[in-house]
Design a binder for this molecule. Sequence first.
Ligand code: FES
Length: 159
Amino acid sequence: MEKDVDIAWKEIDTIVDKYEGSNEALLMIMQDISDIYNYVPPDVVPYLAERLGVKKSQVYGVATFYKTISLEPRGKYIINVCTGTACHVRGAEKIMDALEERLDIKEGETTEDKLFSLEAVRCIGCCASGPVITVNQETHGGLDRSNVIQILEEYKQDA
Ligand code: FES
């Protein structure tokens, strides 16, 4: 596992305080931390467990269950390729292949420069525009091998 980033503990405290230290807010707290670091640094796990009065296994459980939470560093841009039925029929596999080739990573991996992470997801509810991907909060549809690479380049330039 890679070394954790420098954690701004004050910021973590502020997030936990925002939810009044409620253990029911565990998922939201982890999501907020994830929004800052793009993942939940593993060093934060025991701290959250202590502050929220839950078991560490519960914190790990949330990270394992929810795809939006990761304990591994992820890229600045998280590319989710929809592999639901409608997108599959419309060529999602080609989109994934093109992205894997261009980024030189496999699904589930992050580029060395930590710019992109590539993941497969189930239907995201835009079937009519398939095949679709999301990049962080933005959705892109009507993709083929060439326009998806063009989209990728645009994110690279913005980075
Ligand atoms: S199957 Fe891809 S958006 Fe529904």
